[in-house]
Write a protein that binds this ligand. Sequence first.
Ligand code: HEC
Length: 111
Amino acid sequence: MQKKIFNLFVRIIGAVALVSAAAFTSVASANDDAGKLLFLKGATPACAICHTLEAAGAMGAVGPSMNELQPDAARVVNALKNGIGQMPAYTSLTPEQVKILSEYVAKASRQ
Ligand code: HEC
């Protein structure tokens, strides 16, 4: 009897783990799509005008290529918040957009 309950318990845990893994995967890819959109046109002026990021199909050449630079998310956040050289600061992006965009650039630049 106890073994049956234990087996049931194991199954429930397995199902919960599966469902949360699936949910996590879909959130991750939704964020990738949102990050790509922000890079291509959501942020104004668009990052893609000035930067190359192959995964997004961006070929800008005013600033450094993200594929060569491969910045981590913190470096992108810093550029967005403070601007750098000719690049303006992006003060109108929400903290959520900054997070999504910077994590996307960090990941996509390594693809
Ligand atoms: C008007 C052109 C322009 C636009 C638009 C632009 N950048 Fe830049 N970006 C630059 C230039 C130029 C540099 C190099 C600045 C320097 O090192 O003096 C740069 C540097 C960077 C760096 C490297 C920062 C570092 O620490 O070296 C990152 C990351 C970056 N940009 C991301 C972005 C993202 C993300 C966007 C869109 C939200 C964006 N840029 C939009 C021109 C631009």
